[in-house]
Design a protein around this ligand. Sequence first.
Ligand code: UGA
Length: 438
Amino acid sequence: MTLRISVIGTSYLGSTLAAGMAEFGHQVIGVDIVPEVVKQLNAGQPHIFENGLEQLLEQHTATGRLRFTLDYDDIADWADVHFLALGTPARADGSADLSQLHAAIGSLAPKLTRPTLIVGRSTVPVGTAIDLQQRIRALAPAGDAVELAWQPEFLRESMAVTDTLRPDRLVFGVQSDQALRLLEQVYAIPLTEETPVITCDLATAELIKQAANTFLATKISFINAMAQLCQVAGGDVTVLADALGLDKRIGREHLSPGLGFGGGCFPKDIRALAVRADELGVDVLSDLIKSVEAINDTQRVELAELAIDQVGGDATGKKVAVLGAAFKPGTDDTRNSPALTVADHLHDRGAIVEVYDPQAHLAQRDGFTQVGSVAEAVRNADIVLHLTEWPEFRYLDPEQLGTLVNNKIIIDGRLKLHAPTWHEAGWKLVQIGRASTL
Ligand code: UGA
């Protein structure tokens, strides 16, 4: 059954969700407050880089099943379901800034005159959904006939389209059978493909998302702590991770060692959970998260310091080539990018830093330059740093790069380069967590 769906917010989550809903056969209107973004999306052009998104946008804006607007009047009483897909960035104290959600509700709710379901998709601290529902009901002419459900989002940037069309599970935080039935209609296609569904209350739904991200971040920090141990004890952390991953109870996913996690989700979500846990007096959880964060921060600093050691202990005037700026491959997103923290650190220590990334476009940054190719970045470099594991970096030709650099030294911050190939070409290749390469 075709439903009328609005998606409020059009960033990585919202634009992919809107396109995915159109692909499921629904009639969709996306809402944003930035006129250029709405214009671009209506032309079928994504304003972010996400695999497969452009094709879906082109296809569904052309058929008229999907359009974007600035005007809440277009969606308020039109939609059967409103999705809230807004950012919840960190405030200075680490707690979640809910102002985008509050603003959207302030624009939407006074226009709701008939029974409606609003579904929150943003990552929020536990207790937020109930509070938002009270705000909505106080503002909406339809009052208690407006219901809020919470459906946490698990999509990964770079895989957002696939994760939206074929989710590995659906979590429906609902307060009524009616809301559940409507969500089942929205997701009729994945449900026919036997996607597992968890139905729960609002608080559990909110917590599932924060717990999932915190658990994954903990896995990464755990393996990075083991990498630190391997470095001093003489082990090989990738072999260790492979062995652990074969235990089905552990699994190999999110156990890749290296520079650690960044992006718009893990760092802010785990901090927000720590703040909320503190507020609620659950110190054991916030203590655990603080350790996860400390390990993650250490990885970045250690790599930068390792680079300084490799160029003789003083970075002043040394040319550093940084390969990768996005927080992970497959995206143009540089929010909280480990690669850029390292670049900043080295720049602060006097190095001349040149960065190359296949997709990310850096805003004007003080101190270091973005260049258009690997060759430009590495020309006359005193050291090369591999910091975001784009597949193309794996296939670089060390012989050819060796003719461009000042020193054949490379630090592989993601443990993805084939050490023997680099060694054969006369490079010193250093991999954090592999004592044998230090
Ligand atoms: C993450 C979660 O994986 C999604 O399930 C969730 O929906 C999303 O956050 C969100 O909250 O919106 P994402 O941030 O796109 O998705 O990226 P991940 O692929 O999880 O990677 C996060 C960071 O961890 C990256 O910096 C990556 O390089 C790093 N990472 C990942 C590792 O250092 N090691 C690994 O083994 C895996």
